[in-house]
Design a protein around this ligand. Structure first.
Ligand SMILES: [Zn+2]
Length: 478
């Protein structure tokens, strides 16, 4: 029976997946016995000896001083308790409400107190009541967890299919580790958030199901010595669903490219990782930053979409890559699904970018593009003013250019558009004009590239800012 307790539910998922079932209710008592025997054997490997000493310190699995007889007794208690027919019941299981005859301490269930400590228990009764089924499930959860930075990492999702799939995946990896002669030979994994997204994206079996429902929580815990600790990372449903959507054909290749760019980004200490290598012990900035969404969306767009797109266009201009670029589409999807900005707003941003592109194609005002492009590196207190000036100049330029050619001319920016795109951000995450500017830049670059404008202005994406030359601009406008 599922309990909504992460350790127990992951343990149940491990047992269910061991017999290739979907529903915990289908597991028989015979199968439970078979599984307990399997677990006992697997846990006696060097890899699990090291892993379990962190999760169940002083337990029968890892305590070298425990006498053989006492060890057998302890294993029977935690793994095979469900085979005993106990008379009456002392209490009820704290997790599922079934009769319980056992009180658990930290060597049986991680993060509880040790024997003899009366803190946090009522009526001086120590230990936590737990039934043999839940106890077996707790014993099973490490098999469905990964050892990351020496701690257990496991995933508990609202959608039990997701919990099963990941527990199953981690179980297969652990079964390989259990075959190793030395615990040290197993891969040294770090960065739980990165590992989660990686695994989540790689699980193809999800495609069998509908899109996952609900959110997930990732746990990273140790029960070791005096440093017992737990970290939890929550990924709400809209972000999980966004990541899931990235597997669709429309986004997949661009997303892969973004992920590739984000491996091994230099750490804060300035130590450089190996760029572009997918290692077990490097963080992926893209994956890590997903956990800061939706609140951190502005910086997400800047780091992964704007800078990513710029990098791509630069290499495209050098003829290095094929043009598979859906940065704008991903940005749009993010704004709609994760930030939940109203659709008209996104449409307004797109329209403004398209009008600016039209303006550039007609006037070839590369100074405008260059200045707009470099605004992203300026001090944020002065750049808004620059942005406004830039648009006023563009409008002036358009009017003069249009007048010269004696044709009716639509202004690149109207007052209403400016207000709608840069001023009126009604999202709850303090969106501002910089997000508008970044999204416009992404869309403009995409359009300009498609219309081959960059091939006429190859130098334009250079990082050094052009010298401010007001005179030249005035001359052009005159
Ligand atoms: Zn129970």
């Amino acid at each position: 029976m599922l309990t909504n307790h992460p350790m127990i539910d992951v343990g149940i998922a491990v047992i269910v997946s061991h017999f290739d079932l979907d529903d915990p209710a289908d597991v028989t008592k015979e199968q439970l016995k078979e599984f307990a025997q399997y677990l006992e054997k697997t846990y006696s490997s060097p890899y699990f000896h090291s892993f379990l000493s962190v999760l169940f310190p002083n337990s029968a699995y890892v305590n070298p001083t425990m006498k053989e007889e006492r060890k057998r007794e302890a294993l029977d208690e935690v793994l095979y308790g469900f085979l005993k027919d106990e008379e009456g019941s002392n209490g009820t299981c704290s997790f599922c409400g079934q009769p319980s005859h056992f009180r658990a301490f930290r060597q049986h269930v991680p993060l509880l107190t040790g024997e003899g400590l009366i803190n946090f228990f009522p009526s001086r009764r120590t230990g936590l009541e737990i039934c043999p089924y839940c106890l077996l499930a707790v014993q099973a959860f490490p098999l469905g967890s990964l050892k990351i930075s020496g701690q257990a990492f496991f995933v508990h999702a609202d959608d039990f299919n997701v919990t099963i799939e990941l527990a199953h995946r981690f179980k297969l990896m652990n079964e390989q580790n259990a075959l190793l002669k030395e615990a040290k030979a197993s891969p040294d994994m770090k960065y739980p958030k990165t590992q989660f997204i990686r695994q989540f994206l790689e699980v193809d079996r999800f495609l069998k199901y509908e899109e996952p429902e609900g959110s997930v929580t990732i746990y990273h815990l140790t029960n070791y010595g005096t440093n017992a600790d737990i970290s939890m990372y929550h990924l709400p449903v809209q972000i999980l669903s966004f990541v899931y959507d990235m597997k669709s054909a429309a986004f997949y290749q661009t997303w892969q490219q973004m992920a590739h760019d984000a491996w091994g980004v230099p750490s804060k200490k300035g130590k450089k990782g190996e760029k572009g290598t997918q290692s077990f012990n490097l963080p992926n900035r893209l994956y890590e930053d997903l956990f800061d969404l939706p609140a951190g969306y502005a910086s997400f767009i800047r780091t992964h979409l704007v800078e990513g797109a710029i990098r791509r266009y630069k290499s495209l201009l050098n003829g290095k890559e094929k043009d598979i670029l859906h940065y704008w589409e991903i940005g749009k999807h993010l704004m709609k699904e994760v930030v939940q900005v109203r659709e008209e707003k996104i449409e307004e941003i797109k329209q403004m970018a398209d009008r600016l592109v039209e303006y550039l194609l007609k006037t070839d005002d590369h100074h405008f593009f260059q200045r707009f492009y470099h605004l992203r590196n300026r001090n944020k207190y002065v750049e808004y003013e620059e942005l406004r000036n830039l648009f006023i100049k563009a409008n002036n330029h358009a009017i003069r250019h249009g007048a010269n050619l004696d044709q009716s001319w639509e202004l690149p920016i109207t007052f209403d558009q400016f207000i709608n795109v840069f001023e009126q951000w009604e999202d709850p995450y303090e969106g501002n004009w910089q997000v508008g500017r970044d999204l416009i830049l992404i869309r403009m670059m995409e359009q300009l590239y498609e219309k081959k404008w960059f091939t006429r202005h190859r130098e334009i994406l250079k990082e050094s800012e052009p010298e401010e030359d007001e005179n030249q601009l005035e001359k052009e406008e005159a």
